[in-house]
Design a protein around this ligand. Structure first.
Ligand SMILES: Nc1ncnc2c1ncn2[C@@H]1O[C@H](COP(=O)(O)OP(=O)(O)O)[C@@H](O)[C@H]1O
Ligand SMILES: [Mg+2]
Length: 250
């Protein structure tokens, strides 16, 4: 299993959208995918119509619950470890008193290494211990970046966080891809400028496949569907191509 953390300190940049639809694209390719929802907003579970769990990521992190007990099948080839909702927000405080809090998820995922091909961790925007927990558990990091003026500055902050965590915990994890999101080249000069800047900063780590602005993508959660279920050609194209880039990485 290869584990990818989907991270950005900003909200609304497309982290959850990328996590769910990339999982669907990898599933379409025949891979078994585990999504770990690390955002207390519980968006992935609600989007994919999974029931409220008895045990969740919260229990894995705080009560050393076996992760397999939290996992439910949400689609063919897609499985979910749900966040636990608001309780997850207390985890940074509750974990402070525990031994080696940063490695909790990494160790939990080792138990399911042979059960899935990919694990995607949907992170919350707030830079708490949960980010560290996700980074320590990951082999690669995916950073969705939206096309706004301060986005490349934001991505540099994420890069710094990753560098700090890597050094502190002596990790091998690294940026897998920077994924431009909300891309509409026809309409905006800013888009071109942000992309150029990201290219300078990240070189070949910049995904050649951007996720285009797409109204169907914004409707998908309301319908409880992925772009594949919505049969949205534009979304299917973007995420199938993105999945191919991700498969090349690991
Ligand atoms: N490429 C896109 N085109 C149009 N709307 C999008 C796109 N990506 C995401 N959205 C919408 O933007 C909002 C924020 O996306 P989301 O994935 O929830 O961001 P995050 O998880 O980073 O907070 C959601 O309503 C989502 O449906
Ligand atoms: Mg989200």
């Amino acid at each position: 299993m290869k584990t990818f953390a989907v991270v950005n300190n900003k909200g609304g940049v497309g982290k959850t959208t990328v996590t769910v639809n990339l999982a669907a694209a990898l599933a379409e390719e025949g891979f078994k995918v585990l999504i770990v929802d690390m955002d207390m907003q519980d968006n992935v579970r609600i989007w994919l119509n999974a029931p409220m769990p008895k045990v969740s990521l919260f229990d894995v992190l705080v009560n050393d619950e076996n992760i397999t007990k939290t996992i439910t099948k949400v689609r063919d080839n897609i499985y979910l470890c749900p966040s636990g909702g608001e309780d997850l927000g207390a985890v940074p405080y509750l974990l402070k008193e525990k031994k080696n809090p940063a490695t909790k998820l990494k160790l939990a995922l080792e138990q399911v290494q042979n059960m899935y091909d990919y694990c995607l961790i949907d992170c919350s925007p707030s830079r708490t211990l949960l980010h560290t927990v996700a980074l320590v558990a990951s082999d690669f990091i995916l950073i969705p970046v939206n096309m706004e003026w301060l986005s490349s500055v934001g991505s540099a902050q994420v890069k710094k966080t990753i560098a700090d965590v890597k050094e502190k915990y002596n990790l091998e994890t690294d940026i897998g891809l920077i994924i431009p999101t909300f891309v509409d080249r026809r309409r905006s000069k800013i888009t071109d400028e942000v992309i150029d800047d990201l290219k300078l900063q990240y070189k070949d780590k910049l995904s050649p496949i951007p996720i285009r602005v797409n109204s169907k993508l914004s409707e998908a959660p309301a319908y409880g569907m992925t772009v594949f279920e919505l049969k949205d050609q534009k979304g299917i194209e973007d995420f199938s191509d993105l999945a191919k880039e991700v498969i090349k990485i690991g």
